[in-house]
Design a protein around this ligand. Structure first.
Ligand SMILES: *[C@@H]1O[C@H](CO)[C@@H](O)[C@H](O)[C@H]1NC(C)=O
Ligand SMILES: *[C@@H]1O[C@H](CO)[C@@H](O)[C@H](O)[C@H]1NC(C)=O
Length: 593
């Protein structure tokens, strides 16, 4: 090792060590310890499970429409059937949540932290178990689960434990500017809304369920999570973690509720007057339905609708850096088989980087191994997709792109796995020479397809980045801090990572998009506050000083002209520009009383 490498390695060990030691001192003062518990691993998630394969593979069985067929997308094995919730069930569920919230709303932050710490401890102590459950239901790999489910969920839980109380502390505001009313103090208190709902996508069943649960519980709300019909099996297991964490700490498990229903009953849920807030994560067409239904009971909605996130690579990076960027591009594109709201959908590179990236990316993409990582001994790089419903569309997008002038370097079609013919696999796909006018450049792919665009210069790169109807996230890579920061200003989107991918989410910043990617934010301080009634309270700052209606303004008004002159003087004193004018107005005011 060269000297700089040694010192870098030393720093890598030293900094966390110092940090952990200092945290130990702080942690020992932290009162709320998470409790330990254990839930059995379902046999379906155990190694060497031999489950029956179904055919045709679908969540819906027309001969049995009351039940949702759960199955493993990587192998086609049945995970059992679960009755879809009916409208009557939903009434009962929402009612239970309301009853439980009555006590919970006055719980202390310390009690709420105990519950969150208990969930966090469970996940940390049972990483393999929860990852295997997530893999079994979505077909992703253990590594995808470990990064995309476990790490991000633990960060969210721990961030709320560390900063949630401060986010919800009474917020003092400046009060009026009028000097005559400067005795008024003003503040905002954050109170629970009641029962909130989260309608979440299937791509991260642990994270998408536990994130909203953590935020809801910490803000004193009860929550109803509506999971996708594709991940009912795992969602039930993950819900049990939250329920048990509540139970063993002496709280009502009814605070967290799960609903799994067919699309035709979803409107009943979203228009339900018992919900006080809805967070919706899903597609745009469905968002229109959700917002329309929610309008029936005027329930506020936050919408996160996916994107077509660009990742820009400038030309001022070294070859060595470019290798690292290529690795990030691959993880950002192929993690969870590309089924990420903030996945890299478009790589936009300046000419030099463009040319150098092609061989690096091609080499790795051609080596990606597909399969079921929890069933196979060999290393698996990429798992299955949730189902094969969109394969026709993906193949047609690729074919049209080629017809429109793109070059297909790898993949482009579905893949029949020799071991798992019932599994849903799509070959990792690499298209270059992609241009803005192609359909594939505009439509969200949500699959394992890497699109490379060449930008002539920096302005062109920004134009390309802004050229879709979406505006969720973006990444920019380059070596000049100033240039990166300027580009961040020019990108039309809600979240930007500089020299990184998607880490704004890990930072627990408020998360959400603009344009076709939706509206509203969840996560971070704003996300927690969004689940609260922001109650505005004003009060008198000094004893004995308080508002009284002066006699000239009191009903019945003794003299209309005098009354008018008095308020006019108050306005001049309070808002006049120029000290002499204001002093004269003060004199008039004194006389008018
Ligand atoms: C495929 O997955 C989507 C998303 O969960 C779901 O709406 C659809 O019903 C599924 N299709 C089949 C055939 O299982
Ligand atoms: C983003 O790029 C578009 C062109 O695609 C341009 O019209 C727009 O002004 C850019 N936005 C900003 C904020 O620079």
């Amino acid at each position: 090792m060269k000297l700089p490498e040694i010192s870098a390695a030393l720093l890598l060990v030293l900094i966390p060590t110092v940090y952990l030691l200092s945290r130990r001192v702080l942690d020992s003062k932290r009162k709320e310890k998470g409790k330990s518990f254990h839930l059995p691993t379902p046999e379906e998630a155990l190694p060497h499970w031999k489950g029956k394969r179904i055919s045709p593979v679908s969540v819906f069985d027309s001969t049995d429409p009351a039940n949702i067929q759960c199955y493993c997308p990587a192998t086609g094995q049945s995970l059992g059937k679960f009755p879809a919730h009916t409208r009557d069930d939903m009434n009962v569920i929402i009612d239970k949540a309301h009853k439980a919230q009555k006590n919970w709303k006055s719980s202390t932050f310390s009690q709420r932290r105990t519950v969150l710490n208990t969930i966090s401890k469970y996940i940390n102590d049972h990483q393999e178990q929860v990852a295997r459950i997530a893999c079994r239901d979505t077909g992703k790999t253990m590594l995808d689960a470990s990064l995309g489910e476990i790490l991000v969920t633990l960060e969210k839980l721990n961030w709320i434990v560390a900063h949630g109380e401060q986010s919800l502390a009474v917020s003092k505001r400046p009060g009026p500017t009028n000097i005559l009313m400067s005795y008024k103090g003003a503040e905002i208190r954050y109170e629970p809304l009641g029962v909130v709902a989260a309608m979440v996508s299937w791509n991260y069943p642990l994270h998408n369920l536990m994130g909203p649960i953590a935020a809801a519980l910490f803000t004193g709300n009860a929550i109803v999570v509506k999971c996708s019909e594709s991940v009912v099996w795992s969602s039930l297991h993950f819900l049990e973690i939250a329920k048990e964490a509540l139970r063993i700490n002496g709280f009502d498990e009814d605070l967290v509720q799960l609903i799994a229903c067919w699309p035709q009953d979803a409107d009943f849920l979203t228009s339900h007057p018992g919900l006080n807030h809805i967070t919706f994560i899903g597609s745009r067409p469905v968002a229109h339905q959700v917002a329309t239904a929610a309008a029936v009971s005027l329930t506020p909605v936050v919408c996160e609708l996916g994107g077509k996130d660009p990742l820009i690579v400038l030309d001022d990076v070294t070859d060595r850096t470019l290798e690292g960027i290529a690795s990030i591009i691959l993880r950002g594109t192929f993690q969870s088989s590309g089924q990420n709201c903030i996945g890299v959908e478009r790589v936009i590179a300046l000419p030099n980087s463009y040319n150098k990236l092609i061989p690096i990316l091609e080499k790795t993409i051609s080596q990606i191994r597909l399969g079921s990582s929890i069933d196979q001994q060999e290393v698996i790089d990429m798992g299955a997709t949730i189902n094969g419903t969109r394969f026709d569309m993906l193949e047609s997008l690729v074919q049209r792109a080629v017809a429109q002038g793109a070059k297909l370097v790898h993949g482009g079609s579905r893949y029949s796995h020799p071991k798992y013919p019932q599994g849903h696999y799509f070959t990792p796909t690499f298209l270059i020479d992609v241009t803005q006018d192609m359909d594939i450049a505009q439509e969200e792919v949500f699959g394992p397809i890497l699109l490379l665009f060449k930008a002539d210069n920096l302005d062109h790169a920004v134009d390309l980045a802004n050229s879709t109807e979406y505006g969720l996230g973006a990444s920019v890579f380059g070596s000049s801090k100033q240039t990166l920061s300027d580009i961040a200003d020019r990108l039309e989107c809600g979240n930007v990572a500089l020299n990184d991918f998607a880490t704004y989410a890990l930072c627990q910043l408020p998360f959400g998009g603009i344009k076709g990617s939706g509206y509203g934010k969840f996560g971070g301080t704003e996300g927690l506050r969004g689940l609260c009634v922001e109650k505005s309270i004003c009060y008198d700052r000094f004893p004995l000083v308080k508002t009284t209606i002066p006699r000239p303004l009191d009903y019945p008004i003794p003299d209309a002209t005098k009354a008018w002159e008095m308020v006019k003087a108050i306005n001049q004193v309070g808002y006049g520009q120029g000290i002499w004018g204001r002093l004269r107005a003060l004199q008039r005011l004194a006389r008018s009383g």
